[in-house]
Design a protein. Structure first.
Length: 495
């Protein structure tokens, strides 16, 4: 901006409300453009360079506008024009995006042709207010036994998956996606800063499990520009909001927010913003909390849609006290802590039940699940303590201690689960009922595995209405319990 008269010259009123301005690029620094001559632009607005590349206004000084390039920087030169149509960044949304891989500008990346959007939504939308929401208490079935039984997740909840590298975080999140098949939940997987080969593996899993039909993959892989990586979680959230506002349930996975914070730090250091703790900019808490607040369960007048978030945060050597991890812990409703020692011991999914927590608690469970899983976590933690003690003194154990050990071993076998094999909620309830009867306490590891593999399909054959009734009512009454007991008797007589 050179002078006031220059500013006015740059303003072109194309309609009563739309201000069109043309600025000039004064410098290009990697993926940041500094421009002059757009006096009325505000943060979050979309601008377009003369080469057709889009940019996002992310800050300004008294004289200059700072623009994040959302595309190739190589075509932008000093002296180029920048067009500001006075619009906030909004992108296409709709059902047509299901089954597709897109970048953070909603452009297809899978070579399957153009996508026709149903509508356009702002990328940076204000989260629904308190009065627009209702408390979250409907179960989101993750299909992972340890989560559904002990740290359940509700629709509309934000549950953080936190752990070291290679501890199975992505696997648990993908299992939750696979388990939404036929459950009317739209899934969005947002990949931030991961390698392209990582994304290909994830797409393979989704394809082989036929989960891609109800899933949108937003790719902000490491090879895309920092601007696109920064934008990816907001785009994923925006796509979810469309389904939520139309009364649908949505599950969004952000894999992972640590890398998102790194990208934002990189952008801000280039903009010469003052670095704070761990060299992150001061508003790093804001940019993540602004995103996390957009999850929720809308009230019936607004369609009862919901959006559940599973953000992933990577830590180092089990240290949760880092800046980004403590920030995200404080803005989510609970966390699943993935432990490297457990993972290496073969306890997979390696969710540490002692360190994981959910502020929603058993409210998020089916009543039938609540009834049978009440003591599970305590029993398991007691067993772990006892195992630690008996390593010192293994003889002369009391009867109670022996029973506790046996029960603990059975629980361990139930908690261990193969990847990409989510279990139905009914199946988990039935396994817990068998556990409560003490039937599993005297079985060997291989016998429990066999029971887990076979029993549910047998019940579906023998008592199909027991399974359908359980899903319909989510409760289990005395006659149903009796039927289940008979099924167990029949199974173990045959075995
Ligand atoms: P990263 O830090 O690279 O993102 P991550 O924590 O997301 O890793 P995954 O990629 O999900 O971890 O899993 C790491 C490895 O462990 C993968 O090879 C996966 O196949 C294996 N794995 C994860 N969960 C299980 C499981 N339940 N059973 C068997 N293997 C598993
Ligand atoms: Mg991962």
């Amino acid at each position: 901006m050179s002078s006031d008269s220059q500013d006015k010259k740059n303003l072109i009123f194309s309609s009563a409300f739309e201000v069109r301005e043309v600025g000039i690029v004064t410098s290009v620094q990697k993926f940041i453009v500094i421009a002059q001559g757009m006096p009325s632009c505000v943060s979050g607005q979309m601008v377009e360079f003369s080469s057709g590349v889009k940019g996002l206004v992310i800050g300004f000084t008294k004289k200059e506008v700072q623009i994040l390039i959302l595309g190739s920087a190589s075509e932008i030169r000093t002296g180029d024009e920048v067009h500001n149509k006075g619009r906030f960044l909004s992108l296409g949304v709709g059902k047509s995006f299901l089954g597709r891989v897109i970048n953070s500008l909603c452009e297809p990346q899978d070579g399957k042709g153009a996508i026709e959007p149903e509508d356009f939504y702002p990328v940076f939308r204000v989260a629904p207010g308190v009065m627009d929401r209702v408390p979250v208490d409907k179960t989101l079935e993750t299909g992972t036994f340890s989560i559904d039984a002990t740290i359940p997740i509700a629709k509309g909840q934000r549950q953080l998956l936190i752990g070291d590298r290679l501890t199975g975080k992505t696997t648990v999140a993908l299992d939750a996606v696979i388990n939404q098949k036929g459950k009317n939940v739209t899934c969005i997987y947002c990949c931030i800063g991961k390698t392209y080969s990582n994304l290909i593996k994830i797409l393979d899993v989704l394809k082989t499990k036929q989960a891609l039909d109800y899933t949108i993959v937003v790719s902000g892989v490491a090879s895309t520009t920092p601007g696109e990586q920064y934008l990816a979680p907001y785009t994923a959230c925006m796509l979810g909001e469309h389904f939520m506002h139309n009364g649908g349930d949505v599950l969004v996975i952000f894999d992972d927010l640590t890398r998102h914070a790194w990208i934002y730090r990189q952008i801000c250091l280039l903009l010469e913003r003052a670095p704070g703790r761990e060299a992150y900019p001061g508003d790093i808490f804001y940019i993540h909390s602004q995103l996390m607040e957009r999850a929720g369960y809308l009230r019936p007048e607004l369609g009862s849609g919901s959006m559940t978030f599973l953000p992933i945060v990577e830590i180092q050597q089990g240290d949760v006290t880092g800046y980004i991890s403590t920030n995200v812990i404080s803005m989510t409703d609970g966390q699943l802590y993935f432990s490297t020692p457990l993972f290496n011991k073969g306890f997979r999914p390696a969710v540490d039940l002692g360190l994981s927590v959910s502020r929603i608690g058993s409210k998020a469970q089916w009543p039938a699940m609540r009834a049978f899983s009440r003591n599970l976590r305590l029993d398991y933690l007691q067993y772990n303590e006892l195992v630690a003690m008996t390593q010192l003194r293994a003889t002369g154990l009391s009867k109670e201690a022996e029973a506790c050990l046996k029960r603990g071993e059975a629980i361990t076998q139930l908690l261990i689960q193969d990847k990409s094999k989510p279990a139905a909620m009914e199946e988990e309830i039935m396994q817990l009922y068998a556990l409560s009867l003490g039937i599993l306490d005297n079985l060997s590891t291989s016998e429990i595995r066999k029971f887990k593999d076979e029993f549910f399909s047998k019940v579906k054959d023998w008592e199909p209405e027991l399974v359908t009734q359980l899903r319909a009512t989510k409760e289990i009454n005395d006659p149903a319990i009796e039927k289940l007991r008979k099924c167990l008797q029949r199974y173990f007589q045959k075995a």
